[in-house]
Write a protein that binds this ligand. Sequence first.
Ligand code: ADP
Length: 490
Amino acid sequence: MDHETRRSIVFIGSECYPFVKTGGLGDVMYALPKALADMNCDVKVILPRYHCIPAKYQEKMVYRGSFDMDLCEDGRSYYVGIMEYVWDGVVYDFIDNDEFFSYGNPYTNLVDDIPKFCYFSKAALAALNYMDWIPDIIHCHDWQASLVPVMLRTLFGGTALSNSRSILTIHNLRFQGVYNIPTIRYWTNLPDYVFNVDVFKTGYEDANMLKAGLAYADIITTVSETYAGEIQTEFYGDGLDAHIRHHSGKLRGIVNGIDVVQWDPDNDPKLSTAYNIKNVLNNKKENKKALQEELGLEVDEDKFVIGLISRLTNQKGLDLVNEVLPGLIDGNTQVVVLGTGDSYYEESFRYFETQYKGSVCSCIMYDEGRAHRIYAGADALLVPSLFEPCGLTQLIAMRYGTVPIVRETGGLKDTVEPYNMFTNEGNGFTFDRYECGLLYDAINRAKTLYFTDRSDWDEMVKRDMAKDVSWSASAEKYRELYMELKPAFE
Ligand code: ADP
């Protein structure tokens, strides 16, 4: 491999669209490798072969080999199968083991997930050695793959892989993979010296898998510049702020993009009427009416339709939404919610639907097709998050000419330029402090523009559709980062 011109990269993570996706990580694991392959990088993605991957993909996987791997402290070893699927210039290798991957959707709870991802991290590295595919860069994602940088420099220290460099990307610092030290020591058989406060140890007797990965990775990235700064503060640091400040010299923020082929209103089989920047003003109305009809809302193209597509957790600012929602229902406004998550929020949104029949629709489900139709049919999309590492829904919304209303945090701050009524610039409506009055005000500013100055609103819709939300700029930044990282021992 010519190290000056080309890089080989393996992505290791726990989910990847279209095989298995629960959130933004799944989107990134699909779109970034594809964008890098288009930039002449040699890319492989390693994933668990979960049973919940649809049969149409399982059937296309080809057996690539298998071996037994030592894993635990007491010498217990496990089968590692490799099933391969090549698609769009990217090689996907699925780690096969029924004991770990036959249940869950794909996650269950930490009792099962800790051993599952200890096994997966080691199996991914062992599979690379087995296939004799030694990448320049091992790019790991979130806590589920965060043992990889640690194992690379310890258990795999003397192997061919030791020349590879590692990058760990934080997609969400909230999830860290914390469990008691004896359990993680048992399932990894890592040496004693890593169970200290600089690497694994946290609290009195717990081990934190993400913390260890951050200590050992050659580079840490996170998914926006603002979030890279925020996670060094106590409020956003989730207990790791001091650790991250200590390692801040190797921390970078690179904002996510979206796959603009997967998300293209002009070529989206899930929509009733295709549209582009030239015909958006007419054709988006058709999608709005189709959405209203699909959801049993009053069909009226003049209503202001607000969408919310989200995991229903407190991260997403839903406490604020619960506070302001009754005040939004004024006869001219409709609210559409799509999401699953905490039962508290599921119930409150169900309650609002019953209370405001015809104006509020709460779809408590995960439905890819409906998500597309909401992006296309809504006028505005709400993302009032408490914290948001990057956020993809506001990017997809802009691509679909739907104006985002967001809190100025993390990637939301980096991707949505606030509307300036004097210069008629900007992409959406924003507010800063986490307060329901400020969210209410931001939504009302959006409604005021929509109802009183439609031509300025329409210009913003077109500006949003014209904005570059693709991966091209950010994938180039990752490629530059890969080029900067020279082999460990040259
Ligand atoms: P997070 O990763 O924190 O969940 P992101 O904004 O980064 O949030 O990514 C969310 C992704 O998941 C988007 O592609 C969004 O469209 C999708 N999504 C979230 N909830 C649902 C749902 N209930 N049905 C369909 N897609 C959903």
